[in-house]
Ligand binder design. Structure first.
Ligand code: T5A
Ligand code: NA
Length: 232
């Protein structure tokens, strides 16, 4: 595979885990790290022999677009789409839906983003995705839907390069400000989902002890991404 930054596709990095495990926190920190890290070497090489003023101008002119070209943060469910709004209503208990329907909506919410995700990765941008199909299977199967039926609607989605599974006992997760009022934020249900998650573990998974501090976890995450050649 090409390793040159100009031709290489972006990495597809997923965060998974039960509610309150710290996925959004770490996903955001990783994106920030990737964007900052990318900036440093290009500025250094451009600065050589050019002078202080020119380097400073370059720093100021760096736009959000440049950052978004390096790495982007995505999240599932994407509650902003039509399908996402139905999911949001369901999670907030304002709308009741059959379990099968909800499962298919979560899956469709991923499918509707697939072309965009593929194009972003092919353009060389790294995508850090907060929850993916593993959540889809774990939470639906925790309602006793057939696990193979649950897996089937996600067959054909792009496979992530790496999955960071933030593992936290739901008893510990409750202590983090407690669960809110959303439908799935119940201790017994989360315990069931965690068991199913761990059965879904494959060779792309890195299971992290999510009881560690935020900086400790961040360091493990970027080091693991580097070791796996996902960061250049
Ligand atoms: N779902 C999702 C399905 O059923 N099917 C699907 O296909 C998909 C994709 C909503 C629900 O949808 C279900 C799963 C969910 O039940 P969501 O919108 O991702 O999913 O849920 P959120 O409420 O946004 O996020 P979570 O509750 O999962 O939280 P996170 O992202 O794991 O945790 P985070 O980073 O927000 O942190 C939670 C709190 O802990 C603190 C943070 O500051 C924050 O207060 N914290 C730490 N404290 C101590 N030590 C650490 N290391 C900490 N890291 C974070
Ligand atoms: Na989150």
């Amino acid at each position: 595979p090409p390793t040159d930054a100009s031709t290489r596709r972006g990495a597809f990095i997923v965060f998974e885990g039960c509610d309150r495990a710290g996925k959004s926190t770490q996903a955001a920190k990783l994106v920030e790290y990737l964007q900052k890290r990318h900036k440093q070497p290009s500025l250094k090489s451009l600065g050589v022999g050019v002078g202080e003023t020119f380097t400073n101008n370059l720093k100021e002119s760096e736009t959000m677009t440049d950052k978004a070209k390096v790495a982007q943060l995505w999240k599932f469910p994407d509650r902003t789409t039509h399908i996402g709004k139905m999911i949001d209503g369901y999670l907030k208990n304002t709308k009741d839906l059959d379990d099968h329907v909800v499962h298919l909506l979560f899956s469709a919410n991923r499918w509707e983003c697939m072309t965009a995700i593929k194009n972003i990765l092919l353009s060389g941008t790294t995508l850090v995705v907060d929850r993916y199909a593993y959540s889809g299977v774990a939470f639906s199967a925790a309602k006793d839907l057939d696990i193979n039926w649950c897996k089937s609607s996600d067959i054909g989605l792009l496979t992530p390069d790496i999955v960071f599974f933030m593992d936290l006992e739901p008893e510990e997760a409750v202590k983090r400000g407690g669960y809110g009022k959303e439908r799935y934020e119940k201790l017994e249900f989360q315990k069931k989902a965690r068991k199913i998650f761990l059965d879904l573990k494959d060779s792309s998974w890195k299971v992290l002890d999510a009881r560690q501090t935020i900086p400790e976890l961040h360091q493990q995450i970027f080091e693991t991404a580097e070791e796996n050649n996902l960061i250049i």
